[in-house]
Design a binder for this molecule. Structure first.
Ligand SMILES: CC(C)(COP(=O)(O)OP(=O)(O)OC[C@H]1O[C@@H](n2cnc3c(N)ncnc32)[C@H](O)[C@@H]1OP(=O)(O)O)[C@@H](O)C(=O)NCCC(=O)NCCS
Length: 208
């Protein structure tokens, strides 16, 4: 994995103009055709608390997510886990918002330095199935390889999590291992998906 200093280098991921950047954040906002990806802040906790605690969203997440989800769970997560990891340079978390309604959080996407778990995401129920997470994954994967300069991205997922596996397939990822993992819904057969920086760049060339 790359050193901390390379995380400051500039790259080709599309970032928001400096005027709309969150100046308190060590990393930029990103955008896709339909989405704004805004570095997460403590102030996002109430909206996340409203959207996130749904069985359809949490069931295939790692069992470190408490269930039933407690009042104040999102505030605790942001204050004690997500923001400290950002400050250490170990994670990059963005809220997802539609450009047409930027005040409304609709989902969440993360990049993390962990060995086999470098990307995670969830989308609010009413915005699922519109291709939005596919868009968000493209721009954060680009950020992972071209700005943060990591050589490989890996993501574990439950075999039965078809929507998440489909996103990996569409991004040209490969399954490199299978194992049992513990999710909020219990222990399930899982796959580790991977794509290297070289594969990501080759795929971009073919598509352009
Ligand atoms: C996974 C998740 C983020 C996908 O978000 P989304 O915005 O609905 O994703 P997209 O609309 O970009 O769809 C992704 C692909 O999955 C497909 N898909 C969606 N639901 C599916 C299902 N139940 N079965 C099979 N494919 C499905 C879509 O058709 C699309 O493929 P396509 O472009 O070939 O049509 C969303 O389902 C979610 O939040 N799940 C709960 C959290 C979670 O499991 N996170 C991942 C943990 S590894």
């Amino acid at each position: 994995m790359s050193s901390k200093s390379s995380h400051k280098s500039s790259g080709t991921a599309k970032t928001k103009s400096s005027s709309s950047r969150n100046t308190a954040s060590p990393y930029p906002a990103l955008e896709t055709p339909r989405l704004l990806l805004k570095p997460v802040e403590l102030a996002d906790a109430p909206q996340i608390q409203t959207l996130f605690p749904q069985w359809e969203i949490v069931r295939y997440l790692r069992n470190i997510v408490p269930w039933p989800y407690p009042p104040g769970g999102s505030l605790y997560y942001l204050r004690e886990m997500a923001l400290p990891a950002i400050a250490r340079g170990d994670a990059w978390h963005w809220t997802l918002r539609l450009k047409e309604n930027p005040g409304q959080v609709i989902g969440f996407i993360s990049l993390m330095k962990n060995e086999n778990e470098n990307r995670g995401f969830w989308m609010g129920l009413q915005w699922q199935g519109c291709g939005l997470m596919s868009e968000a994954c493209d721009v954060v994967t680009e950020y992972w390889f071209e700005v943060l300069k990591f050589p490989v991205l890996r993501a574990p997922k439950a075999v039965e999590n078809s929507a998440s596996r489909r996103i990996s397939e569409k991004q040209g990822m490969r399954v490199i291992a299978t194992e049992e993992r513990d999710y909020v819904c219990g222990r399930l057969p899982s796959e580790i998906w991977e794509i290297t920086a070289e594969e990501w760049r080759a795929r971009k060339k073919v598509r352009s």
